[in-house]
Design a protein around this ligand. Structure first.
Ligand SMILES: Cc1ncc(COP(=O)(O)O)c(C=O)c1O
Length: 365
């Protein structure tokens, strides 16, 4: 069986350090915020070369708190992509605002910057581009458009910590950046976790207050916030793992190169890399015809794969009241039918990669 991700292989390399870090938190009995969380926030500030990093309970909350910080209200609109994980758009709806979708560039699967301006109205407050699969969205034209219309850009970098765009780290490319530490991310915790990155002091301060129920000082509430902190236990684990992040991302890049070289069949389209981007392959996603039968065939041969994402957000039942229909975003709909993520974790062996590629060739032959 070849799994999509093998976290046990990773844990076995760093077990002693992780166990010691967890033990330190247990000895301190300091679980909510405190020194371990602020150490980790400082380390992320240094890693991303940003000014502020605020640890929150998940990547989804990083997006939600970012929108709360810019005071998003019912009736406001936020432009984003329909080809992404659910929470990129649900954070908008949860505040009573309206997600306005824009189709993707079929090569990168990221929001097509050329289609954004036409969707801007007087109600538009923000744009949320997503660095899908670990490759930055084309941020320069997005930032230029946002500047022209005075919109805030929240970069959903949940899948892209350690990736770069024009030499700059993902999560620092917009006004605010959201990171996820979900266990399957390149920097994954041992449970949920997330972070907001920004250079804006005022927004950073507001998010710090919002994550503790909107109170400052304690029990005096200027805002209605929530309980959304990064756990000290998660911060301890992540502090150990951060030291290995670049090495692990390089392992993924090496495996991606190996796949790129091994795939020769015209039936398989390998990932397109934008010349401005360093892709970190949180997912290695191929585009194929007969995707579902291929996936079944691989499953029979004990090779795990995943579909990110099988139904674009504009066609989700919970968003029916937005009034979208099939055909509205053809590139997103096509990608949802044709893409397939293969195992790419750093510990994946060359032998297994060859077996995966051979099995796919066997299917098409
Ligand atoms: C693109 C994207 N946005 C947001 C999230 C939400 O992150 P989390 O699972 O930490 O809430 C994820 C991760 O699952 C994601 O992949």
């Amino acid at each position: 069986m070849i799994p999509l991700l093998d976290l046990k292989a990773q844990y076995s390399q760093i077990k002693d350090q992780i166990n010691a870090a967890i033990r330190d938190v247990l000895e301190s009995q300091y679980f909510i915020l405190g020194p371990t969380v602020s150490d980790f926030e400082k380390n992320i500030v240094a890693y991303t070369q940003s000014k502020y990093a605020i640890g929150v309970a998940s990547g989804s909350d990083a997006l939600l708190l970012s929108l709360m910080a810019i005071d998003l209200r019912p009736g406001d609109e936020v432009i984003t992509t329909p080809y992404t994980f659910f929470s990129t758009a649900s954070c908008i709806s949860r505040l009573g605002a309206k997600p306005v979708f824009v189709d993707i560039d079929p090569k990168t699967y990221n929001i097509d910057p050329n289609l954004i301006e036409a969707k801007i109205t007087l109600r538009t407050k923000a744009i949320i581009p997503v660095d899908l699969y670990g490759q930055a969205a084309d941020m320069d034209p997005i930032m230029a458009c946002a500047k022209k219309h005075q919109l805030t850009v929240i970069e959903d970098a949940a899948q892209a910590l350690s990736a770069t765009y024009k030499g700059k780290k993902c999560s620092t490319l917009g006004d605010l950046g959201a990171i996820s530490f979900f266990p399957s991310k390149n920097l994954g915790g041992y449970g949920d976790g997330g972070m907001v990155i920004t250079d804006n002091e005022e927004l950073a301060e507001k998010i710090k207050i919002l994550r503790v129920h909107g109170a400052k000082p304690k029990y005096y509430h200027d805002y209605i916030g929530c309980a959304s902190r990064l756990d000290a236990l998660q911060a301890a684990v992540l502090n150990v793992k951060l030291k290995y992040l670049d090495q692990w991302s390089q392992g993924r890049q090496k495996n991606a190169k190996e796949y790129d070289a091994l795939f020769s069949s015209k039936d398989v389209q390998t990932p397109f890399i934008d010349e401005h981007c360093q892709h970190v392959y949180n997912q290695y996603v191929i585009r194929v015809s007969k995707r579902d039968p291929l996936r079944d065939f691989l499953k029979e041969k004990e090779i795990s794969t995943e579909i990110y994402y099988p139904r674009p957000l504009h066609l989700q039942k919970c968003f029916a009241d937005l009034g979208y229909k099939e055909g509205d975003f053809p590139e997103s709909e096509k990608a949802a039918q044709e893409t397939l993520a293969l195992p790419i974790y750093p510990e994946l062996s060359q032998q297994n990669q060859r077996m995966i590629v051979d099995t796919i060739s066997q299917f098409y032959n």
